[in-house]
Design a protein around this ligand. Structure first.
Ligand code: SAH
Length: 347
């Protein structure tokens, strides 16, 4: 069975007409969906139609299970899915509005050595409506509507690998940017990938002016393979070449993520290799001091050495910044809160 949130307005209209109802009912139902409402809350929809919708669809992809607030105002959400799986999201407040970090899979198959989301492997993909449900539920939680959005920006940096759940992620991107719904500007959306080359090329052809973020984390194959199993499939050069093709096709700048890990990828030599890899390419490097994960033995860097690494990149002609870490006191890194709660449940 599908979620109502999986549907575009056109798809819903077709279904409503097939159910023998007037077409305008689809618009009414759609407006409720985008306010984060359930079928039973659709007060201007006749009970007979609500019953028919109940027979064909689930209406509540996500419910908020726990909210934890950080000292810096960042909120971490733990959501419960229809099948009782748990996923998480992070809400960050900026001057211009709220950015919501969404998940696209329960768990993750990619196995990155620093990441908590992948510790128990992949459980399942999320549908487009389950990804959208995160945005609609938190927008409602913040008293936002479609016209007066509380959430202005979306980053796909929660658990899961977006380009390993390609069709659902692209459908989500079309739904969340559609003027029929919550109408988030594609320019305010970032999709982060560990670098699945074929799907970077595919995404470039979708006509979606989002920002592509690639988790590079190393300047060469030797170090990247220590951190990311996907590096055994694609070389650093293949990943960077696909990023260059992406920029050529879309005209959008690409961002590289680089989690600074003490003694692994933070040396002056790494900065120099990174500079020769990326010099002259229209990109930005986001340096993130590693968020240490209890189950992993990788160590983070001091703020000073992150700044020094950044200065070195800048002096070598690259555009780089150190990302402000937010929500560290609330298990901010991907998958950390979920793991803690699951452990607590199992103990
Ligand atoms: N699968 C996607 C999204 C992952 S999460 C990807 O690989 O890009 C978003 C970003 O957080 C990625 O760059 C990921 O590598 C990074 N990340 C995951 N765990 C981290 C940690 N413990 N510390 C710092 N960055 C981390």
């Amino acid at each position: 069975m599908q979620f109502l949130q999986d549907l575009s307005l056109d798809e819903l209209q077709q279904i409503i007409v097939e159910l023998g109802e007037a077409k305008y009912r689809a618009r009414q139902v759609y407006d409720h969906i985008y306010l984060g409402k359930t079928i039973d809350e659709m007060s201007n929809i006749p009970q007979a139609l609500r019953d028919k919708l109940h027979e064909q669809f689930w209406d509540e992809p996500i419910t908020i299970h726990t909210v934890v607030e950080s000292a810096d105002g960042t909120k971490k959400f733990l959501y419960k899915l229809h099948d009782d799986n748990l996923i998480e999201g992070v809400l960050m407040r900026y001057k211009y509005g709220y950015t919501l970090c969404v998940s696209c899979q329960v768990g993750c198959a990619m196995g990155c050595k620093f990441c908590a989301s992948t510790l128990n492997g992949l459980i399942r993909n999320l549908s487009a409506g389950e990804i959208l449900g995160q945005v609609l539920t938190v927008n409602r939680y913040l008293h936002g509507t479609s016209r007066d959005r509380a959430i202005t920006n979306v980053v796909m940096m929660g658990s899961g690998e977006p380009l390993a759940n390609y069709d659902n992620v692209v459908k989500f991107l079309r739904l969340v940017t559609s003027p029929d719904g919550i109408n988030v500007s594609p320019r305010n959306i970032s999709v982060s990938t560990c670098g699945i080359v074929e799907n970077i090329d595919k995404l470039a052809q979708e006509g979606l002016p989002i920002t592509l973020t690639i988790s590079l984390h190393a300047p060469n194959d030797k170090i990247r393979r220590q951190l990311m199993p996907i590096a055994n499939k694609y070389t650093v050069h293949q990943v960077v070449d696909s990023a260059k093709r992406y920029v050529k096709v879309t005209g959008r700048r690409v961002v590289f993520e680089y989690a600074l890990t003490h003694g692994v990828n933070d040396t002056a030599e790494c900065a120099e290799q990174l500079a020769s890899l990326l010099r002259g390419f229209q990109c930005h490097i986001n340096l993130i001091p590693l968020n240490e994960v209890r189950e992993r033995n990788l160590k983070t860097v001091t703020h000073k050495s992150a700044v020094d690494f950044c200065k070195k990149l800048s002096s070598l002609g690259l555009s780089a910044t150190v990302r402000r870490t937010m929500g560290e006191d609330i298990e901010g890194a991907c998958g950390q809160l979920r793991n803690k709660v699951i452990k607590g449940i199992n103990e």
